[in-house]
Each structure stands twice: as structure tokens, then as C-alpha cells.
Write a protein that binds this ligand. Structure first.
Ligand code: UT7
Length: 332
């Protein structure tokens, strides 16, 4: 009997309209366009403005667009998983809010917190609900409103992050396409280098915690950078080796968009040339769980059925991993 796999049958991204440029950041903190571009590759990022606008806005717009372009009725969806570190609120899950907004009345839904690797974790988990035969249509959302946890007085973090995200539809197939393999990792000893100090159960919000600016993302950039370069490159090379793939076999690398220098190191380690690397960091910055679906969305028109694609990410936790998939459809 042929193996049942989960295959991506559609992708849709969404970013807010407001563009925060390096030039505008120059007026907010002691930085400059040359430093930001040379150290990160980022020129601008999007910011979700307005009252009561949470990550669910990003997820809802992406899922609405996805349902429309794949001609899927919301009632057909069995499950929505949302990867995010900036949920609308600690509970209920942002995935529940998205499901309600789009009318996915027959689905159950939950969030996954794995920072920049969240989309990889959620895609792996969602594909297993399909492989078991338990569900037919699963939506994976990766979305973050990073501006809600960024200190715009901290030049080391505010230049990197942006808001945005995307969603993919997973369905079952017995063809030789879809999610072929996944390697996921976590190391909680990385927490001191990338975390939010207050607002959780260990240190609930107080006037003091707000005054101390502890409700923002805290990052020791150069330490995270070193771990990211090593681990993202290593896991990407390992998944190729495990599946007998050479650099020539790989059509696309889809790397987490945290820093162009981390992306280049990963591509080099894999032996993959820049023409095969999806990159949109210059216009969106680091949208945490949003970067991978946003890349797939931007490059969708170039993808061909059967393309070997390697997704890779590294982020808070630490968490990191890689997915090997074969693209399921010709986009044109
Ligand atoms: O997606 C989640 C995982 N996160 C990542 O993967 C991020 C990994 N880290 C990075 O991408 C980089 O570490 C950063 C982009 C955050 C920082 O780049 P860096 O090359 O590691 O810089 P650094 O932190 O080592 O700082 C170098 C210098 C320092 O000045 P001194 O001490 O050498 O005088 C910083 O104060 O650059 C200074 N600096 C800045 N200068 C201008 C730091 N931020 C800025 C800035 N503008 N925005």
C-alpha cells in the first residue's frame, strides 16, 4: 500500500501596510541604515498599527486568503495550528480566535510556542494528523506581531523584528510529494540568551516590571548568532544527508529570516548557491514564526511540482530544525 503523506496544497501570506524603514529607525535610536543592512540585510519591516490589533489579525487575513485561493469552505477544516510567541492573549489560543473569525466551525485549534522554529514544529505536527488518516484538511499558521514585545529604545533588537505571517493548507496524498522528513530540536539552556523577563507565571506584570522594561524581548545577539549559524547549518546538512540529497537535488532552501549572514552560512554549509535561497528579509525583517510561510508565499509562482525544498530555522528556546518536503503543485 502506498504511504499517505501530508502535502501543502496552498500558501497565503499577509503583512500589515505600515512600513518601518531603517531611515525612520535612525530617528528613534542611535543606528544607521549602513549598519543595519551590512549586519542583517534588513531595509524595512511591517508594523501592525491600531487598537486591539493582535496576531489573530495577521492569521485571520492569511487564512481567509488561503481558503479563497484553494476554494476551500471553512467548514471543511479539521484543525488549525497557530505557531506564535505573540498570541493575542495568554489564553484562549490565537488559533481559536482565527478559527472563529474565518468560520472554521468544525475544526479544533491550538497554538504552538517554539519561537522562530514554530512553523517547523507546527507543520511537523499537522502533517502527522494527516498521515494517521485522522484528519483531511489542516491549516498551519505562522504569525507574529513582534512589535508588541519590542523595545523601540533598544537598538540591538528593534532593528531586526517585524510583523507578519502566513498559512498553508495541508491535505493528504499518496503521490511522491509532500512532507518527507523532519528533524526538530530544543535546548532549554538557551533561555537566558533570548527570552521575555516578565509577564509570565514566574514574574507576573507589576508596575515595577513595566518600569524596568521587562515586557520586551531580551536578546544577547552575538551569542544567539553563534548558536544559530552552527545549528541551522548543521541540521540542514544532516537532513540532506539522511535523505540522500546532494546540493544539485535541492531546488530551494527556505531559511528563517533572522539575519542574512546566518542564511548565507547555512546555504554555504549545504553547498547551495544563492539562486536557490528564498530571501525576503530586506522587506519584512524577522517576523519570528511568520518568516517561512511568508517566503513560500513570495516565491510560490517559481515553485514546481516535485521540487525538493529544505526549510530550516533557529530561534528562542533554543529551538531549531529542518523539514524536507517535495512541493505538491505547479503554481502557474
Ligand atoms: O530569530 C531569532 C533568533 N535571533 C537571531 O538569530 C539573531 C542573531 N543575532 C544577530 O542577528 C546579530 O547578533 C545582531 C544583528 C542582533 C547584532 O549583530 P552583531 O554583529 O552580532 O553585533 P553585536 O551585538 O556584536 O554588536 C556590535 C556592535 C556593538 O558596539 P561595540 O560594543 O562594538 O562598540 C553594538 O553596540 O554594534 C553595536 N550595535 C549597533 N550599532 C548600530 C548594536 N546594535 C546596533 C545598531 N546600530 N542597531
Amino acid at each position: 500500500m502506498k504511504k499517505t503523506r501530508a502535502v501543502i496544497t496552498g500558501v497565503q501570506g499577509w503583512v500589515p501596510e505600515y512600513v518601518l524603514t531603517n531611515q525612520e529607525l535612525e530617528t528613534m535610536v542611535d543606528t544607521n541604515d549602513e549598519w543595519i543592512v551590512s549586519r542583517t540585510g534588513i531595509k524595512e519591516r511591517r508594523i501592525l498599527k491600531g487598537e486591539n490589533q493582535g496576531t489573530s489579525v495577521i492569521g485571520t487575513e492569511a487564512v481567509k486568503g488561503l481558503l479563497k485561493k484553494t476554494n476551500t469552505a471553512p467548514e471543511e477544516i479539521d484543525l488549525i495550528i497557530c505557531a506564535t510567541v505573540t498570541p493575542d492573549m495568554p489564553f484562549p489560543a490565537t488559533a481559536n480566535i482565527i478559527a472563529d473569525n474565518v468560520g472554521a466551525k468544525n475544526s479544533f485549534s491550538f497554538d504552538i510556542s517554539a519561537a522562530c522554529s514554530g512553523f517547523l514544529y507546527a507543520l511537523t505536527m499537522g502533517s502527522q494528523f494527516i498521515e494517521t488518516g485522522m484528519h483531511k484538511k489542516v491549516i498551519i499558521v505562522g504569525a507574529d506581531k513582534m512589535s508588541s514585545i519590542i523595545d523601540y529604545q533598544d537598538r540591538a533588537t528593534c532593528i531586526i523584528f517585524g510583523d507578519g505571517g502566513g498559512a498553508v493548507l495541508l491535505e493528504s496524498t499518496t503521490e511522491e510529494v509532500g512532507i518527507m522528513d523532519s528533524m526538530l530540536h530544543a535546548d532549554g539552556s538557551g533561555a537566558p540568551f533570548l527570552h521575555m523577563k516578565a509577564g509570565g507565571s514566574r514574574k507576573p506584570a507589576t508596575h515595577e516590571s513595566v518600569d524596568a522594561r521587562e515586557h520586551f524581548a531580551y536578546q544577547e545577539g552575538s551569542t544567539v548568532f553563534k548558536f544559530a549559524v552552527t545549528n541551522m547549518a548543521e541540521v540542514s546538512a544532516k537532513i540532506m544527508e539522511k535523505n540522500g540529497l546532494t546540493a544539485d537535488d535541492v531546488a530551494w532552501l527556505v531559511p528563517h529570516q533572522a539575519n542574512k549572514r546566518i542564511i548565507d552560512a547555512t546555504a554555504n554549509r549545504m553547498g547551495v548557491g544563492p539562486d536557490k535561497v528564498m530571501m525576503n528579509i530586506e522587506k519584512y525583517g524577522n517576523t519570528t514564526a511568520g518568516t517561512l510561510p511568508l517566503c513560500l508565499w513570495d516565491y510560490e509562482s517559481k515553485l514546481k511540482k516535485g521540487d525538493n525544498i529544505i526549510l530550516a530555522a533557529f530561534g528562542g528556546g533554543f529551538t531549531w530544525g529542518s523539514i524536507y518536503l517535495k512541493w505538491g503543485y505547479d503554481s502557474n
